[in-house]
Design a protein around this ligand. Structure first.
Ligand SMILES: NC(=O)c1ccc[n+]([C@@H]2O[C@H](COP(=O)([O-])OP(=O)(O)OC[C@H]3O[C@@H](n4cnc5c(N)ncnc54)[C@H](OP(=O)(O)O)[C@@H]3O)[C@@H](O)[C@H]2O)c1
Length: 252
């Protein structure tokens, strides 16, 4: 897979899956735009680990539409195009319906839906405006197994990811005529900071027992799938949701 001269925007690329994806695209000669929210040091480290290519760091809070627009304008100013958009950034927090106050319940829903779903819809809009006159492009959205399995302790997270999968499929139908491919990946637990924040030792053991692979998925494995969905190798695939959960949850 060669992404020579392709411009790839990856949200939330300072850490975890986004970072692994940025490094994988750089290894395939892409120009990578590393978006992040606040962690300058981690974003800088991602940039340092991408040895070849002309990359760009953009600090931008995706939940703020004006900042999103400024980010897209900056990328167009520098490279003149966006070939691949990877909507990877996401947040979560525990907000159990029978434990939290009504105020905290509303805050959790607002923040999570704003970042995980509305920001993605907005960025898809802004980037599609650039891809349409270019004659096509690829959008890969990082969803979650939680959309199918249920997320009792983080219901807004599960709902945001179900919405993200539906958004991907709707856009795949509407944008196919412009040769813009839209797909999603639905990972189970992936070994990143997001996962380790939630996992205590005993939970980790029960999660490992749940999957026949006996291990968590690694960020680099998700990155490989993103590259596949962003490449010509997947030319017949749009509107798909790729499960990557080590057979821990099989949907029918
Ligand atoms: N890890 C898992 O087990 C798992 C499972 C299923 C799905 N996923 C999904 O995979 C994606 C990546 O997860 P991860 O585990 O790699 O996450 P992570 O390690 O927590 O990293 C999150 C990234 O998103 C960025 N971010 C968060 N809010 C943002 C905002 N408002 N604007 C811009 N950037 C923002 C962070 O930037 P800063 O560094 O600046 O904070 C960071 O780069 C998420 O969508 C997540 O829901 C993860």
């Amino acid at each position: 897979m060669d992404f020579k001269k392709k411009v790839v925007l990856i949200t939330g690329a300072s850490r975890g899956i986004g970072k692994a994806t940025a490094i994988a695209f750089a290894e395939q000669n892409a120009h990578v735009v590393i978006n992040y929210r606040e962690n300058d040091r981690a974003a800088g480290n991602t940039m340092t680990e991408m040895k070849i290519g002309d990359h760009l760091l953009v600090k931008c809070d995706l939940s703020k539409p004006l900042e999103l627009k400024q980010m897209v304008d900056l990328i167009i100013q520098k490279y003149g195009r966006i070939d691949v958009l990877v909507n990877n950034a996401g947040i979560s927090q525990i907000h159990e319906i029978d434990q939290v106050s009504f105020d905290d319940w509303q805050k959790a829903w607002h923040n999570i839906i704003q970042t995980n779903l509305i920001a993605v819809a907005n960025l898809c809009y802004l980037v599609a405006q650039k891809m349409i006159p270019m004659g096509g492009g690829r959008i890969v959205n990082v969803g979650s197994r939680g959309a199918f399995r249920g997320e009792p302790t983080q219901p807004a997270y599960g709902a945001s990811k179900a919405g993200l999968h539906a958004l991907s499929q709707s856009l795949a139908k509407q944008l196919g005529k412009y040769h813009i491919f839209v797909n999603a990946i639905a990972p189970g637990w992936v070994e990143t900071e997001m996962a380790t924040t939630f996992l205590k030792d005993e939970e980790r053991a029960s999660i490992l027992a749940d999957t026949p692979l006996g291990r968590l998925i690694q960020p680099e494995e998700i990155a490989s799938a993103v590259l596949f969905l962003a490449s010509e190798a997947s030319s017949g695939t749009t509107g798909a949701i790729l499960d990557m959960n080590g057979a821990s949850y099989l949907r029918t």
